[in-house]
Design a binder for this molecule. Structure first.
Ligand code: NDP
Ligand code: OXD
Length: 309
């Protein structure tokens, strides 16, 4: 069995060593143009040439949860696309979102600013019932985030494509209930995949439906958000702030308004990092199962190309 590793901006050596240890019978190599075709590939943002040279690939393992960039390439038709299924990301995402929500709700950002000015100040405690949080996308990451927010006793709403049931979370699904979902929320967390159906979904019309003082946390993809619409709603005062981890262009270009807007906190696409050991264990386990005859239908994380996630 031949496994090829082709991940842009990732040092291959520790990954190759990890896969060789986990799959001792396999040949594991970093891709170079013209190399022999592989049975399985481990990829992140591979060049088109790599895909064009793979006539016999059984599966393409993406070392991230989002496959929007991968699906824009010309992919071999019969090959299964498998994304990371949690692999240590959901706990990081829950940490990040709970931090952003509690920082805003408890006004820790304002306290930090006061302390920097040498001021020992108090603010009136706020009622968490006035801060209902909506989670868009109730998949692997969204479910974990919604459950973590419940532990802090925020009212939590969720929205997905198909019906979902989550303890303590008011779940909506589909286009018809989207506006009802939005108007129930003051804080909105985006954990949708980027697909033709979700591109630009965070825009003037949708964000204006949040309750006054609304707060956006975008941890999914920059292509979900219409940047100028967010800025307009922040400047008009309808929205109170935003925490953004993902951007249309990454790194965020110097001079972009998000760098210096007083109501926006940014982080460099770091809310849930790919963890090497967890990812290798998950992918190697799937390759072993497939090599032993497991059906692709039973492998978690196989992407539905029609749906785009
Ligand atoms: P999943 O595929 O497990 O979940 C996706 C969820 O979105 C599902 O609940 C799905 O609905 C819902 N959904 C998809 N399309 C629609 C739609 N048109 N309308 C309503 N709901 C929709 O993905 P993950 O939770 O693993 O990851 C989500 C995204 O998070 C990734 O695609 C990636 O872009 C982003 N991400 C960001 C990271 C970061 O560091 N910033 C790290 C990792 C991921 P249904 O349940 O009905 O299928
Ligand atoms: C991912 C990401 O999709 O890192 O895993 O954004």
């Amino acid at each position: 069995m031949r496994i090829v590793f082709c991940c842009t901006d990732t040092k291959p050596a520790p990954w190759l060593e990890g896969f060789r240890n986990a799959l001792p019978g396999a040949t594991v190599e970093a891709w170079a143009p013209g190399a022999a075709p592989a049975d399985y590939a481990v990829v992140w943002a591979p060049p088109q040439q790599f895909l064009d040279e793979q006539p016999q690939l059984k599966a393409l393992f993406n070392i991230g949860a989002g496959v929007d960039a991968l699906l824009k390439l010309k992919l071999p038709t019969g090959t299964a696309i498998v994304r990371l299924d949690d692999a240590g990301m959901s706990v990081q995402m829950a940490e990040y979102v709970c931090y952003a929500v509690t920082r805003h709700f408890r006004e820790f950002d304002a306290y930090e600013a006061d302390i920097r000015q040498g001021q020992w100040s108090f603010r009136r405690p706020r009622n968490r019932k006035d801060f209902p949080v909506g989670v868009m996308g109730l998949g692997v990451l969204g479910q974990r985030v919604a459950q973590a927010l419940r532990l802090f006793e925020f009212p939590v709403y969720g929205w997905s494509r198909s019906p979902r049931m989550l303890d303590g979370v008011v779940c909506h699904h589909g286009g018809e209930s989207f506006h009802r979902f939005l108007s129930s929320c003051r804080v909105l967390v985006n954990l949708l995949p980027l697909t033709p159906a979700t591109e630009n979904i965070l825009n003037r019309d949708t964000l204006a439906r949040l309750q006054p003082g609304g707060y956006l946390i975008n941890v999914a993809r920059g292509g979900h958000l219409v940047d100028d619409d967010l800025v307009a709603l922040l400047d008009s005062g309808h929205l109170g702030g935003a925490t953004l981890d993902v951007f249309r262009t990454e790194p965020l270009p110097a001079g972009h308004v998000f760098w210096r807007h007083p109501k926006i906190t940014i982080t460099p696409h770091t809310s849930a990092r790919t963890l090497r050991d967890e990812s290798i264990a998950q992918i190697a386990g799937k390759i072993m199962a497939l090599a032993q005859g497991e059906s692709m239908d039973n492998v978690p994380g196989v992407v539905d190309r029609e749906k785009g996630y």
